[in-house]
Structures are given as C-alpha cells and as structure tokens.
Design a protein around this ligand. Structure first.
Ligand code: FNR
Length: 190
C-alpha cells in the first residue's frame, strides 16, 4: 500500500489555536497510508514580485515543502469572512514565479473551525477559489465546517463528542480516497 506524505498548513498562528487542536484530531483519526508534516509559514516575509528573481531562503524552503508533499491539507480559521493574511501570503509565495506554481495538480482538502455557527464556511469558499485558480484538485465532499464549542477537542487532539469524532474520521477517509484518485489518474510531474 502506498503511503502518502501529507503536508498540512494551519492558518492560525495563535498559541491557543482551535484549528491546531482540530488538525491534531484529524491526524489521530486518519486511516493508514498517510503520514503528516506541518509546513510552517510564520517566518515568510510579505511576498512581492521583486523577489521572483531571487527568492529568500525561507521562501525556497517553504515552496520546496509544498512541492515535496504528495497532498496538502489546509486547516484554517476564518478572518473577516476570508482566510488569514499570513496563509494567503504563504500561498502566493508557493505559486510564483509564473510557471512554477507548486500547487498545480496537487491534491488538496480544506477544513476549519470557528466558534461561529457557520464554522469557517465563507473562508473556505474563498480558499477554494484560490485553489481553483492554482489548478489544485480539491476534495469537494466531505465539507468540514466545524463549530468549535469549549472542550470539543482537547489540546492533544482527542475529540470529546462521538458524532464529531465519527465525522472527522469519515472526512479523513474521504481525503485519503481523494488523494489516491488524483495521484492515480494524473501524472505527478505532467
Ligand atoms: C475572527 N473570528 C471570526 N470568526 C468567524 O467565524 N468568522 C470571521 O469572519 C471571523 N473573523 C475574525 C477576524 C479576526 C482578525 C480574528 C482574530 C478572529 C473569530 C475566530 O473564529 C476565532 O478567534 C478562532 O478562535 C480563530 O481560530 P484559531 O486562531 O483559534 O485557530
């Protein structure tokens, strides 16, 4: 059985992030055949195209981490009905210079948690639009809009509500199937 290397990006930089709790739960509940590594972006400078001729080391490292992952999982909060600026900045770095977009043909999935009732739905739509432009095949269903209530997931990623645990397990099974499908059908370097 192939083991896929899944890179994940946590949209929040907060020490108390509920989205970091969520990703821990997702990793715990993932089926066999996936390994996980975080791709951090907090130290990236703000992108501008003057860097295209000579990317700084941190940006080269970030972009290489995207390229070397079989698939990318985005776990993000919603900021003002979109994704946090730091995450968008990171995506912009990996998408450039023109013709070297690291997300092209890369299987992706999006999920997020918020205390609000619609659980990051608007931010996820915004991110989906970006990923569409970047030609990154997205998991369409299952959609994961997690309304985070206090204690729903512990700091270690243990889910305390059975129905939520079952849902997140299913989400990861579908993600595994999505990655398998995309990487079976599309050439990785085509
Ligand atoms: C928020 N929050 C928020 N929540 C939401 O559901 N929709 C939104 O548009 C926003 N906007 C927003 C903007 C900014 C700048 C902040 C700091 C917060 C609240 C947000 O969901 C909450 O702080 C979460 O805890 C953020 O996720 P992390 O950082 O805990 O993972």
């Amino acid at each position: 059985m192939t083991t896929f290397r899944i890179g994940y990006l946590v949209g929040s930089l907060s020490r108390e992030s509920i989205n970091r709790k969520l990703v821990k739960a997702l990793i715990r509940l993932a089926p066999d055949g996936m390994t996980f590594h975080e791709i951090r972006f907090a130290d990236l400078p703000l992108y501008n195209r003057d860097y295209d001729a000579d990317y700084p080391a941190e940006a080269l490292k970030f972009k290489a981490a995207i390229q070397e992952s079989d698939a990318i999982l985005f776990v993000t909060p919603e900021y003002n009905r979109s994704i946090p600026g730091g995450l968008k900045n990171a995506i912009d770095w990996a998408s450039r210079p023109s013709g070297t977009n690291a997300f092209a043909r890369k299987p992706t999935a999006v999920i997020g948690a918020s205390p609000g009732a619609i659980g990051t739905a608007v931010a996820q739509q915004s991110l989906r639009s970006v990923l569409g432009f970047l030609n990154a095949p997205q998991m369409n269903t299952v959609e994961g809009y997690i309304q985070f209530t206090p204690g729903l997931i512990t700091d270690d990623g243990e889910v305390t509500v059975e129905s939520t645990e079952g849902f997140l397990r299913k989400y990861m099974m579908e993600f595994h199937a999505h990655v398998t499908r995309v990487l079976t059908v599309l050439p990785r370097d085509g």
